[in-house]
Ligand binder design. Structure first.
Ligand code: AMP
Ligand code: GLY
Length: 422
């Protein structure tokens, strides 16, 4: 098969790396990819959200399966465009991707089907939203309706914080049109876990569990980021919990989407808070999580391309996935200053030494080449991933590899996965 992966971050590197092990793949392309991905696939220049050009490429190159990593192209209708041209795609259509693309749609959808989630209200009027948060005497969470690169959510402990969030999102429109409506919801307490599942619109197969670390600094302090590390499996995610989430969240979601004429094919990602009253959905994503995927895929024994193709053609019935017993830990090395401003173009050393370690793989996220040398170009630069007998061993090995890699101002958390073994 000729396979195209769309995207160029750590998630896409993990997908491409895993696909390379598939006997089904003859040619592997990645658009736009990155220098790490270029070692495993042919990288193709382009913009992931340039839907027409990507479909042109897939048509011209007779691609048998296109796999879309990030949410923006899905929300922009890349899967629709490919399907309209008779091409096979793994990833939901624009209509189905709305489950991530609009928080208002997603919350209202959950209430229609009784899927457990925090109580909420929707506002499209700034003054009314202000009046609501001013009259509240409890912590609230303010969310921009549309896509905001993971930054449109503010957990406001005080009224002032909530007011400031509304000013930014609705008044100053720092996320553009994404902030013309907001969801304001109850603040939930508990432990978070990410559940990713592959679905063909009827059948739902969960992937191994994973836990992300969203805050920038150790002990979950500092601002929210795209994710500073992840581990798999998450001990909190027991088989009983998996069964409950299958029954109360994943199956009703896939059935509800089908019923509303938005049959969902691809990855359905549920961000959950495990509260005293049971699991509640914080958000849905229409794609693989990043960095979770970097910790999950190294544990997968099954053929990823095979399962994606089956999902894309609607043939997941009676399928299962096999996993290695080892745990995996991914430590993100970010540019100094991330998630705020940072200086790009800094040389990276030690990559070969780290890659030589057994059971270590270094996924590239924000790297580039300058005069043949590897340099930083993004906020999240590398996902240093290791397998080990348990989470503790995997974390030890991942940090050993991290210590071999250097770039000026490198910032990473020292406590990834510690929660799972402390
Ligand atoms: P989201 O993009 O909706 O997942 O939100 C980003 C992060 O904000 C989540 O991973 C949680 O840490 C936090 N969050 C979102 N909604 C809530 C909520 N209702 N209660 C507490 N924390 C939340
Ligand atoms: N790691 C969070 C996400 O992919 O949305």
């Amino acid at each position: 098969m000729r396979v195209l992966v769309v995207g160029g971050g750590g998630r896409e590197h993990a997908i491409v790396w895993k696909m390379r092990q598939s006997r089904l793949v003859s040619d592997l392309f990645c658009l736009p990819g990155n220098p790490g991905i270029a070692k495993e696939a042919r990288v193709v220049p382009g913009r992931p959200d340039d839907v027409k050009s990507i479909a042109d490429f897939a048509e011209r190159e007779r691609i048998d399966l296109t796999v879309v990593g990030p949410e923006a192209p899905l929300v922009a209708g890349l899967a629709n465009e490919l399907q309209d041209r008779g091409l096979l795609v793994f990833g939901p259509t624009r209509e189905s991707a709305e489950i991530e693309g609009s928080k208002v749609f997603s919350k209202e959808f959950m209430s229609r089907y009784g899927i457990p989630t925090a109580g909420f209200k929707v506002f499209d009027d700034y003054q009314e939203a202000l009046a609501f948060v001013r009259s509240a005497d409890r912590p609230l969470v303010v969310k921009a309706d549309g896509l905001a690169a993971g930054k449109g959510v503010v957990v406001a402990k005080t009224v002032d914080e909530a007011v400031r969030a509304l000013e930014d999102i609705m008044f100053h429109q720092v996320y553009g049109k994404a902030g013309s409506r907001v969801v304001i919801e109850e603040c939930l307490q508990g432990e978070e876990v990410s559940v990713l599942a592959i679905t063909d619109g009827k059948n739902v197969i969960q992937l191994a569990s994973a836990q992300d670390h969203k805050r920038a600094y150790d002990n979950d302090e500092g601002p929210n980021t795209g994710g500073m590390g992840a581990y798999s499996p998450a001990p909190i995610y027991t088989p009983e919990l998996a069964e409950k989430i299958q029954r109360e969240v994943l199956i009703p979601t896939v059935k509800g989407m089908a019923r509303e004429g938005r049959p969902y094919r691809g990855v359905l990602y549920a961000g959950l808070m495990i509260t005293r009253d049971g699991p509640m959905v914080l958000e849905f994503n229409c794609r693989f999580g990043d960095p979770e995927t970097q910790a999950i895929l190294p544990r997968m024994k099954s053929d990823l391309v095979d399962i994606m193709q089956a999902a894309a053609v609607g043939d997941l019935a009676n399928r299962t996935l096999e996993w290695r017993d080892e745990a995996a830990v991914c430590v993100v090395m970010a540019s100094g200053g991330y998630p705020g401003a940072y200086r790009p173009g800094l040389p990276i050393t030690g990559l070969e030494d780290a890659a030589r370690l057994k059971d270590v793989v270094v996924f590239h996220a924000g790297t580039g080449l300058r005069d043949g040398a590897m340099v930083t170009v993004g906020g999240r630069v590398l996902g240093v991933t290791a397998l080990g007998a348990g989470v503790r061993e995997a974390a030890g090995l991942a940090y050993h590899a991290v210590d071999l890699i250097k770039f000026e101002g490198a910032h990473f958390r020292r406590d990834i996965a510690r929660r799972a073994f402390a």
